[in-house]
Design a protein around this ligand. Structure first.
Ligand SMILES: Nc1nc2c(ncn2[C@@H]2O[C@H](COP(=O)(O)OP(=O)(O)OP(=O)(O)O)[C@@H](O)[C@H]2O)c(=O)[nH]1
Length: 559
């Protein structure tokens, strides 16, 4: 036997609806009572009992048989509802079951398709307890109190089948009805306020809706007990059934969009932090040459006493002109910007000398998006320390550590330049090779440190007694050379003799030295016919050895 609802008692004389239903069901009868008139079959409105859990029909009156388009009651009771029921309907019924269990009566519209034709019906559903404790659903098909013409029906169907979650509340926020998409939220019988994480915000929305007729509101709320975000469209309107105010709410799950927005915001913030932490001054211009982004390092480098954000929107062309006095070559600074912005080159780097002796490295990157110039990115880096270090290294590489004179490397470099100039027909140039006499004996007698003092004294004399154009060098241990550009042989001879005497006199006068010393000097001239620097040096060397052989403390010339 099919599961049946509770029966009325034998002494119950009032026509209890359950008793009426059961006696007309062909499946249950009360033995001590005559089968009453099947009153329900006389009704023009359909009445049926449905077992939601097992998805079986348990009773249907004659009007219901017509509604469901069934030839006989047995055909209807045997009908397989599971295979034809949509998920949305199943969901809706599951929601009903819990509400019926709580003793609720549910008034809702259903649209049935018994013969393929849509029939809209206002159904009143109530719970019918079974002996085993389960609840079946008694449905009374009332006449629709809303006149459903074809377009209203289509609208109702549309709401039922769209994925947008639609719920209708009374003015106090109590749920009246929701569409299948909204049913999937499984909120139970949540009121509007209870549906969301922030009840205060929900209450405020209700208050705003209460005070404005035909009010439309939008809000973004977090769903209660869930980490999901919903976008709400709320509309206060009039219930066509009760003529009282009601609230229609459309909900859209925007969690993904929210997450994306959050990720984008985070990425933007991270980028801002990175830009701010760079020690490269950044300036990003748009196509119209207005500032989009500037960082603190940019303000620091150009001593701009303002927050970087205040530069946004600034005209970069005007700003560059205003900044011209800060550069040693202001015209070049501006001209290069204009050339790069005009797209004459792609990415480019250059070094700018500042009026305050700093050096800036400027790096330009065209901002090309979708094969179109969208802006210009400038990076400025203060490279003053690096430049100074490089200059120091260059000086060290070309300087003799003991005497501070130019070393062999610098000698070679400069001698080549002078030789080239002489070959090119410029004025003659001379070369002196200077060697301390009997230096070994000085070292051996007074020690190496004292010998060093003699080298420094000689270097000092050369530094002080020569023209600015002359370049004195320490080319090896106790061998010195002097390059003298624009120097005739006669004048060179005089200079060499004067130097020899001055060195000897300073050596005598030097309090720091316990000995005197003299030098032998070989003098030669740069010749256009010299095949190499070595030829020149060999001649100077020969002249110097000649001076040694001739008795030292003298100048010998090999021009
Ligand atoms: N104190 C010191 N001595 C050096 C340095 N470089 C080379 N000498 C020394 O210079 C001396 C050069 O001696 P020699 O080339 O023999 O010639 P000299 O003794 O000067 O004799 P003449 O050149 O013939 O007059 C050697 O004893 C080297 O050790 C240096 O940096 N410091």
């Amino acid at each position: 036997m099919k599961q049946g609802p509770t029966t009325g008692t034998p002494h119950d004389t009032t026509p209890h609806p359950c008793a009426l239903i059961m006696t007309s069901s062909h499946h249950l009868s009360l033995p001590d009572q005559p089968p009453p008139e099947p009153l329900l079959d006389r009704l023009q409105t359909p009445v049926w009992i449905f077992d939601i859990e097992r998805e079986r029909m348990h009773y249907a009156n004659a009007a219901a048989l017509r509604l469901w388009n069934a030839p006989t009651i047995d055909a209807l009771l045997d009908r397989d509802w599971s295979s034809t029921m949509s998920d949305a309907s199943r969901q809706r019924l599951a929601d009903y079951r819990s509400r019926l269990q709580r003793g609720e009566h549910i008034d809702e519209h259903w649209t049935f398709y018994p013969g393929g034709q849509a029939v809209s019906l206002h159904c009143r559903c109530s719970g019918l307890p079974l002996e085993d404790g389960r609840i079946e659903m008694l449905v009374e098909g009332l006449e629709s109190d809303i006149l459903l013409d074809a377009s209203s029906l289509r609208a109702l169907e549309a709401v039922r089948h769209i994925p947008l979650m639609v719920s209708v509340f009374d003015a106090a926020g109590q749920l009246l009805v929701r569409n299948p998409a909204a049913l999937e939220l499984e909120r139970g019988n949540a009121s509007f306020v209870d549906a969301f994480e922030d009840p205060d915000q929900a209450r405020q929305l209700l208050q705003r809706l209460e005070h404005q007729a035909n009010c439309l509101l939008e809000a973004v709320m977090r769903v209660k007990g869930d980490s999901r975000w919903h976008h709400l469209d709320l509309c206060r309107t009039t219930d066509p059934k009760t003529s009282r105010a009601m609230i229609v709410m459309g909900e859209l799950d925007i969690t993904r969009r929210k997450d994306l927005e959050h990720a984008q915001l985070l990425a933007k913030r991270q980028l801002e932090v990175v830009i701010e932490s760079l020690d490269v001054g950044l300036l990003l211009e748009d196509e119209r040459r207005n500032v989009i982004v500037a960082n603190q390092a940019f303000c620091d480098i150009f001593a701009i006493d303002a927050l970087p954000d205040t530069l946004v929107g600034m005209d970069c062309r005007e700003a560059a002109h205003a900044a011209k006095p800060a550069f040693r070559d202001p015209e070049r600074f501006v001209a290069r910007i204009e050339a790069l912005v005009a797209g004459e080159q792609g990415q480019a780097r250059d070094i700018l000398a500042m009026a305050d002796d700093r050096f800036l490295e400027r790096c330009y990157t065209p901002v090309i998006v979708d094969q179109r110039h969208r802006g210009h990115l400038w990076g400025y880096r203060d490279i003053t320390r690096q430049k100074r270090r490089e200059a120091d290294w260059a000086l060290q590489a070309s300087t003799d550590a003991l005497t501070g004179l130019a070393n062999r490397r610098a000698f070679d470099e400069n001698a080549r330049k002078v030789a080239a100039a002489v070959k090119a027909g410029e004025s003659p140039a001379a070369l002196l090779m200077i060697d301390i006499d009997r230096f070994k004996a000085i070292n051996d007698t007074f020690g190496h440190a004292e010998g060093d003092k003699a080298l420094c004294l000689l270097a000092d004399t050369l530094k002080g007694k020569l023209r600015d154009d002359d370049l004195p060098c320490r080319t090896s241990g106790e061998e010195f050379m002097v390059i003298m550009p624009n120097m005739s042989p006669e004048v060179a001879e005089g200079v060499a003799q004067r130097l020899r005497i001055q060195i000897a006199e300073r050596a005598i006068a030097a309090e720091a030295l316990p000995f005197h010393f003299t030098v032998s000097i070989g003098l030669t001239g740069f010749k256009a016919s010299d095949a190499s620097l070595e030829a020149l040096i060999r001649r100077a060397d020969a002249a110097m050895y000649q001076a040694k052989h001739e008795g030292r403390d003298r100048v010998a010339t090999r021009w």
